[in-house]
Design a binder for this molecule. Structure first.
Ligand SMILES: Nc1ncnc2c1ncn2[C@@H]1O[C@H](COP(=O)(O)OP(=O)(O)OP(=O)(O)O)[C@@H](O)[C@H]1O
Ligand SMILES: [Mg+2]
Length: 224
């Protein structure tokens, strides 16, 4: 069963005088409980594609079905709900809130999704253990290393138990050791918890570990 299915997706950016076609009639699918990678050089459209799947941008034509929802027909309100509950987003930068502790940062999306404070913090406690940072609960982002911040961001992306994890260069800012830790957590989500992972990366070692690989060249996607 596909958790993600994209049909004839096109994305055109209109900037002033000219139209720029970034994604050309793109087709792809992600099987539930599997890991899928997209590689491609800088500017090939990887983040644009992930943003569309995440319901953060409007497509020009085509269809995106994700987690059972027709993303291309949904209202802004429905998309917000989808982003909160069905998908987990991880970026190259962590975007943690500096005035909140590590534990509170993880809990925030659960609070936004309507859980009371106690329940949200309980979920956060579980996840901070999962990423191996239970002894850093009270630390603020400025008191954590880059690798630790990314692990907290990863835990935060999981707090509402998403089906599909969208990760855009999640190890892009990390050294080899920390990349490995973050990668292992990402793959454990697929292997142990049956999550589906769609990963964008330049990291070839990481790209070797996945079930399925796509390569994007100038907005044209090919399965490898
Ligand atoms: N809002 C926008 N308006 C116009 N053009 C855009 C916009 N966003 C992205 N682009 C263009 O779309 C192309 C693809 O950008 P995108 O960020 O998807 O690339 P990428 O594959 O993620 O690259 P990188 O590996 O550097 O992150 C680029 O040429 C970029 O200039
Ligand atoms: Mg990008």
């Amino acid at each position: 069963m596909d958790i993600l299915k994209i049909n004839q997706l096109k994305k055109v950016f209109s900037t002033g005088a000219e139209d720029l076609t970034i994604l050309h009639d793109l087709n792809m699918n992600v099987e539930g409980g599997k890991s899928t990678v997209i590689t491609g050089e800088s500017g090939s459209g990887k983040s644009t594609l992930l943003n569309l799947i995440g319901g953060m941008d409007n497509l020009s034509s085509g269809e995106i079905y994700s987690c059972g929802f027709p993303i291309h027909t949904m209202t802004e309100k429905q998309l917000t709900e989808y982003r909160r509950k069905s998908i987990g987003l991880v970026f190259q930068s962590h975007y943690l809130l500096k005035d909140f502790s590590a534990l509170e940062n993880i809990a925030i999306p659960a609070r936004i999704a309507g859980f009371d404070k106690k329940k949200a913090l309980m979920k956060a406690e579980e996840l901070i253990e999962k990423v191996g940072l239970a002894d850093r609960k009270e630390h603020f982002p400025s008191q954590l290393s880059g690798g630790e911040r990314q692990r907290i961001a990863l835990a935060r992306s999981l707090v509402n138990d998403p089906e599909l994890i969208l990760a855009d260069e999640p190890t892009g800012n990390l050294d080899e050791k920390n990349s490995r830790i973050v990668e292992d957590i990402l793959f454990s989500l697929v292997e142990e918890f049956g999550k589906s992972l769609l990963l964008v990366t330049h990291n070839l070692i990481l790209a070797e570990r996945v079930d399925k690989a796509y390569h994007l060249t100038g907005g044209v996607l090919e399965e490898k």
